[in-house]
Design a protein around this ligand. Structure first.
Ligand code: UDP
Length: 479
């Protein structure tokens, strides 16, 4: 053989997936892989227009040019998702996802078939794709490629989806509203209450297409050769080892913080970032609450209003990522009421903000990247999960690891109330309170677990080396 292993990597078109997937690509390339990285045209266009490439002329519109300059072998190309650039994918999400299930697999099939005929691509051996896609193992099998699936959420969420048959058998899918039962039959997950399960499992789930996306993805992942998890072995030991009995699994997270990747700057942000550094400089250490509900989940007007009033009542300093799609929900006169204590931005570099000594807490929707980033920065959380994996993530953060508190006392569906919001913020930011001190101690402990996993002899680094070795061995056996 003698040639470098070559993998095609096709990214999933959402921010919370793009960032770890790009970092995974850089990591594989740093281990001697040739990578052909693929974004959809739309994602390429959105990232290009959100980032000022005149500042980094080297990058141009090839996001990986700088990584290549630094010696990594990464090629970059794009594929159409079948819709024109101006089509509003968030507004017409059902139409978009219906086509992603029915039409996109054929596009990927043709795209890969054509690519493999090109000079320099006959040695491609691996297809690495996000677990959420419905086609990776089928297409890999067709072209005799080894299929590697990448799961960007906790292993516990994967395991629940993976064991849909058990949920059905036990009458927990479709999940009836208002039931409150402990589930102990998901392998490796321990005990979990039905109210913490992902909301898309509910009987009255309005967006049925989400169930379809998930179920097809989990049928498909059962055929994958390898599964990588963006989580930490020490934090989900039993879940990972139960899954490992079914298929080869490797926890390699959080990939965004692998040490050797920081020097490679690859544009990944779908929105332009406001710089909060100056504003933060003017605030005392630990006094600022950072508030963000992630990149795409839509919050209700009432929720935004209660949080806004709660922030003002708390008298805390805060930075709030008010995305343009929710900006109209703010109460009238809010900007005046804030009176210098708050900074609203449409988007920011979240890790930079969380790393700032002025930040003492994070009011979060519990997206998995946000949870990992908060732990990385040693910041305690107030949790307000809204959808997808966030309810399960809340359980891990609050009930299991004790590094956050609930905004609504454990119930994701409860309406927020401004008085409670204000009380929780005051409690979190008050270093004198026992709760706050306890959270700080625990977040320092989990921070250490995370940082150790990323050390040279840490679990995520070692698991990454192991997967590289196992991929190469599989390739050798195949040839
Ligand atoms: N993020 C960011 N700037 C912001 C808000 C969020 O860079 O102003 C990033 C954040 O750092 C995280 C991602 O967007 O990496 C959101 O992913 P997550 O899994 O937390 O939530 P999702 O958006 O998938 O619901």
């Amino acid at each position: 053989m003698g040639e470098k292993p070559h993998a095609i990597m096709i990214a999933f078109p959402y921010q919370g997936h793009i960032t770890p997937f790009v970092n995974l690509a850089l990591k594989f390339a740093s281990k001697g892989f040739t990578i052909t990285f693929v974004h959809t045209h739309y994602i390429h266009h959105t990232i290009s227009s959100s980032n000022d490439h005149t500042k980094t002329s080297l990058q141009g519109t090839d996001f990986f040019a700088q990584a290549r300059e630094s010696g990594l072998d990464i090629r970059y190309t794009t594929i159409s998702d079948g819709f024109p650039l101006e089509f509003d994918r968030a507004l017409h999400i059902k139409e978009f996802w219906d086509a992603m299930l029915s039409d996109f697999p054929g596009r990927v099939d043709e795209f890969i078939g054509d690519m493999l005929k090109q000079p320099g691509y006959d040695g491609v051996s691996f297809l690495i794709a996000d677990t959420f896609y419905s086609w990776p193992a089928t297409i890999a099998f067709k072209y005799n490629l080894i299929s590697v699936s990448f799961w960007t959420q906790p292993a516990a969420v994967f395991s629940v989806n993976y064991h849909l048959d058990l949920l059905i058998e036990n009458g927990h899918f479709p999940l009836k509203d208002n039931i409150n039962e402990e589930i102990i039959y998901i392998p490796g997950v321990g005990s979990i209450n039905t109210r913490d399960l992902m909301p898309y499992l509910k009987e009255d789930e309005p967006a049925k297409f989400v169930q379809k996306v998930i179920f097809q993805a989990f049928n498909e992942v059962k055929k994958a050769d390898f599964i990588l998890f963006n989580t930490i072995q020490e934090l989900e030991t039993q879940t990972l080892s139960a899954l490992n009995q079914k298929q080869p699994t490797y926890s390699v997270g959080p990939v965004n913080f692998f040490k050797d990747l920081t020097k490679n700057s690859v544009s990944k942000s779908l929105r332009s970032e406001s710089d909060c550094t100056k504003w933060l400089e003017s605030k005392p250490p630990g006094s600022v609450l950072y508030v963000s509900f992630g990149s795409h989940v839509k919050s209700s007007e009432q929720m935004i209003q209660e949080i806004a009033h709660g922030l003002v009542l708390s008298e805390a300093n805060f930075i709030w990522v008010v995305r343009t799609d929710i900006a109209d929900f703010l109460p009238d006169g809010f900007h005046d009421d804030v009176n210098g204590k708050g900074l609203m931005v449409p988007w920011c570099d979240q890790v930079t903000v969380l790393s700032d000594p002025a930040v003492g807490g994070f009011l979060t929707h519990c997206g998995w990247n946000s949870v990992m980033e908060s732990i990385w920065c040693g910041v305690r959380m107030i949790c307000y999960p809204l959808y997808t994996d966030q309810t399960m993530n809340r359980k891990l953060v609050v009930d299991d690891w004790k590094i956050g508190i609930d905004l609504c006392d454990g119930m994701a569906t409860l309406m927020v109330d401004r008085i409670k919001v204000s009380e929780k913020i005051k409690m979190l930011l008050n270093d004198e309170s026992d709760t706050s001190r306890g959270l700080k101690k625990e977040v320092e402990r989990v921070n250490l677990v995370l940082r150790n996993a990323l050390e040279k002899d840490g679990s995520s680094e070692k698991n990454f080396d192991q997967v590289v070795q196992d991929l190469k061995a599989r390739l050798l056996a195949k040839n």
